[in-house]
Design a protein around this ligand. Structure first.
Ligand code: AMP
Length: 280
C-alpha cells in the first residue's frame, strides 16, 4: 500500500491526534523533496527515537532568492514517496504553496546574528525563509522531535536558536552528513552537475578535511582557509563563497587552537552551488 499523503494542515493534525490518543511519540523530518539517502537517514533516525514519523515535502519559495533555482528545483514526488516508504515513514505531508502561504500571509521569522553570517550573508533572506517555514511546520505538527541534517550545519544552529527563542516545545536533533564514496555530500542539487563537474565536486569535502587537519596542527585558520581556496580554484571551482573555521556553536571567528571548531565551505562549480562542513 502506498504511503499515506496529506496536503492540508487539518489532515495532518487529525492523523497526529489519533497517534497521540494511542500514546505514540512523533518525529518530524522536513524536506524539500528530491530525496536521497541523506533524507532517508533522517527518517531512520526519527524511527529510532519516535514511534511515528512524518516527513514533509515542500519546496519553500521563501528561501530562494530572485536569481536562485526555485523554478528548476527537482520535484519528484512519486519517487520521494517510495523513498519515504522504504525508510519507514508513517505519513507524508506535502502541502501546496497556498496552504503554507495563503493570501495575506505577512509574517517573517528572522533569526539575527547566527542567521546573518556565512550562508546568510551570501544568500540574503535565505534563513528568514527557512526559519519561517520551519516554525510553521513545527507548530502545525507539534512533534516531540524534529530531525535536521548536519550537512546544513548553520541551518541546524539557526533552527536550534529559533525553537529556543520562540519556546517551541520540540527537541531538535541533528543527523550526520551522508556522503558518496568519494566524499561528496549527497544533495538534491548534485543532480545539476555535469559528469565533469561531478568528478571535480569531491574536492570541496577534501579541502574542508585538509583545513580541519591543518587547523588541528596549529595553523592559523585564515592561512589554512586561503590555501584550500587556492586548491579549489585549481580544481575548477569558479567561485568560493566562503571556506572558514568557526566556533562550532556560535560560528564566530576564532583563534588558532580554539575548540570546538567547525570548518564550513560553500563554492560554485559552473552554475551549481555546493555547501559542506566537517567537524574539527
Ligand atoms: P533539503 O531537502 O535539502 O531541504 O534537506 C532536508 C533535510 O535533509 C535537511 O535537514 C538537510 O540538512 C538534510 N540533508 C540534506 N542532505 C543531507 C545529507 N547528505 N546527509 C544528511 N542530511 C542531509
Amino acid at each position: 500500500m502506498a504511503l499515506e499523503i496529506v496536503r492540508t494542515i487539518v489532515g495532518l493534525r487529525a492523523r497526529i491526534a489519533e497517534w497521540r490518543v494511542a500514546g505514540d511519540t512523533v518525529g518530524l523530518v522536513p524536506t524539500m523533496g528530491a530525496l536521497h539517502r541523506g533524507h532517508a537517514s533522517l527518517v531512520e533516525l526519527s524511527r529510532r527515537h519516535c514511534r511515528r514519523t512524518v516527513a514533509t515535502l515542500f519546496v519553500n519559495p521563501k528561501q530562494f532568492g530572485p536569481r536562485e533555482d526555485f523554478a528548476r528545483y527537482p520535484r519528484t514526488e512519486d519517487n520521494d514517496r517510495d523513498v519515504l516508504a522504504a525508510a519507514g515513514a508513517d505519513l507524508v505531508f506535502a502541502p501546496p504553496t497556498d496552504v503554507v502561504y495563503p493570501t495575506g500571509f505577512a509574517t517573517r521569522v528572522d533569526v539575527s546574528g547566527i542567521g546573518d553570517i556565512l550562508e546568510g550573508q551570501v544568500r540574503p533572506g535565505f534563513f528568514a525563509g527557512v526559519a519561517t517555514v520551519v516554525a510553521k511546520l513545527l507548530l502545525q505538527a507539534l512533534p516531540d522531535r524534529a530531525f535536521f541534517g548536519e550537512k546544513d550545519y548553520q541551518q541546524l544552529l539557526v533552527i536550534r536558536r529559533l525553537v529556543k527563542d520562540l519556546d517551541i516545545p520540540v527537541a531538535i536533533e541533528g543527523g550526520p552528513t551522508i556522503r558518496d564514496r568519494d566524499g561528496l555530500a549527497l544533495s538534491s542539487r548534485n543532480a545539476y552537475l555535469s559528469a565533469a563537474e561531478r568528478a571535480q565536486a569531491p574536492a570541496l569535502h577534501a579541502a574542508l578535511v585538509r583545513v580541519a587537519t591543518r587547523f588541528k596542527d596549529g595553523v592559523d585558520p585564515d592561512v589554512a582557509g586561503a590555501e584550500a581556496k587556492t586548491e579549489l580554484f585549481a580544481t575548477g571551482f569558479a567561485f568560493v563563497d566562503y571556506l572558514d573555521v568557526r566556533d562550532a556553536e556560535t560560528l564566530a571567528a576564532i583563534q588558532p587552537g580554539h575548540c570546538p571548531a567547525r570548518v564550513l565551505g560553500a563554492a560554485r562549480l559552473g552554475t551549481t552551488r555546493l555547501i559542506d562542513n566537517v567537524a574539527v
